[in-house]
Write a protein that binds this ligand. Structure first.
Ligand SMILES: Cc1ncc(COP(=O)(O)O)c(C=O)c1O
Length: 404
């Protein structure tokens, strides 16, 4: 008879977590409001009248966030990548052609997924730190015929904004292609009008602009995209990510799989706070906050990686001067100032997030000071005082946007 394994040594979570929570000022996850945290501690039955009402409200509020009237809007149990995978695996299969506009890790991931489901994939990739322009898109669309075009609104990995998304979507439409737009780091931080721009599938995650928890994401399909899905009744590669099965739960309150209830309740609260603030005010708060941060960083003498004309405001990338070690800098910052920012995927940058609760004046002062002092600790002669003065001037000017 086999001997049962003994229980492992007990280690309380408090021994693992830092003694003081770090302020999350990286590329996500971001700090969450108390209402979201509270909701995330509640479990109710995932089926039944109470959950039906929650789902109904989550859908209505998501329509507002995405600016769509589509009723094919649903949550996905999983990271934003799961929502990306749902979009790809329901619209692409062997024989279908995808045009992937890649400007970094995440927009490139959509291409990897498209290859994974057997689609015929063409990748257009400008030099690092450049966006996809409408002209580039037009050229690529003229060269061949595609079923699906994918692109990202804001590329978190390097801090580039694809500001031509509306024109690119229109061009794709004119060439008969459906569009999948990754709005993971941008939704509710800057305008993204799904219906008005004609986007067919829009995706976001919980842990960025929405200031909810990671692990429950959102996806919305246009009527045109839904038609394609409904007419392709083949066995899907992902059972959980089958949009038709998922719509059973999100459209008809029937069992698909046991829904991530606390995450959906958290999302409800995050969306409710967005609706209460209104998108217009939220966009202003994000814009002012990010611009103030950028002014502070530049006044200190730090160089921003992306030129202003296509710089993403949701995630700001700072170029590391020679000799600065990203890991050491960030460790010093979290040990000394209890502030965490992000490294990068192979680029010589660090990144500061400006999404959701990160865009509050108290968080801005703290991250800017911590960043300045940490660069100074790395031997870079930054002028911390000038940076703090610059951010203060911006914030005083725009104070109405920072009423917490
Ligand atoms: C633009 C973008 N798309 C997709 C993802 C993937 O998100 P997740 O890690 O939640 O799967 C991220 C994550 O940072 C992102 O920034």
């Amino acid at each position: 008879m086999s001997v049962p394994l003994p229980p492992p040594e007990l280690v309380p979570l408090s021994d693992i977590l830092p003694s003081e929570p770090l302020l999350l000022m990286g590329a996500g996850p971001v700090p969450i409001p108390h209402a979201v945290a509270r909701a995330n501690g509640v479990v109710i039955n995932h089926l039944g009248e109470t959950m039906d009402r929650v789902i109904h409200r989550v859908k209505i509020m998501s329509q507002y966030a995405f600016q769509t009237t589509s009723d094919k809007i649903m949550g996905v149990a999983g990271p934003s990548s799961a929502a990306m995978e749902m979009a790809i695996s329901n619209l692409l299969w062997p024989g279908r052609k995808a045009l992937i506009f890649k400007i970094g890790t995440f927009s490139g991931r959509l291409g990897e997924m498209a290859l994974g489901v057997g689609a015929d994939v063409t990748v257009v990739e400008p030099p690092v730190s450049q966006p996809i322009t409408a002209r580039m898109a037009e050229e690529a669309l003229r060269a061949d015929k595609y079923d699906v075009v994918t692109l990202v609104q804001g590329e978190t990995s390097c801090g580039v904004l694809n500001q031509d998304v509306p024109q690119i979507v229109k061009l794709a439409q004119a060439h008969g292609a459906l569009t999948i737009v990754d709005a993971v780091c941008t939704l509710s931080t800057m305008p993204m009008n799904m219906d008005d721009w004609g986007i067919d599938v829009a995706i976001t995650g919980g842990q960025k602009g929405l200031s909810s928890i990671p692990g429950v994401s959102l996806i919305a399909f246009s009527a045109k995209a839904w038609d394609v899905i409904e007419n392709h009744r083949q066995v899907k590669p992902h059972w959980c990510l089958d949009a038709i099965r998922s719509q059973k739960f999100w459209g008809n309150q029937q069992y698909h799989y046991t829904a991530p209830v606390p995450g959906i309740l958290a999302l409800h609260e995050a969306l409710r706070l967005i609706c209460e603030e209104t998108l217009e005010k939220r966009f202003d708060r994000h814009y002012m906050s990010s611009k103030a941060l950028q002014a502070g960083l530049e006044a200190m003498g730090l160089e921003l990686f992306i030129p202003e004309d296509h710089r993403l405001n949701s995630v700001v990338a700072i170029t590391l001067p020679p000799g600065v070690n990203s890991g050491r800098l960030r460790k010093y910052m979290s040990d000394k100032f209890k502030v965490e920012i992000s490294g990068a995927f192979g680029l010589n940058i660090v990144r500061i997030g400006q999404m959701g609760e990160q865009c509050r004046s108290h968080n801005l002062f703290k991250v800017l000071y911590a960043t300045g002092m940490s660069f100074r600790h790395e031997g870079v002669p930054v002028d911390v005082s000038s940076g703090m003065a610059a951010i203060e001037q911006h914030l005083v000017r725009d104070l109405e946007h920072f009423v917490d």
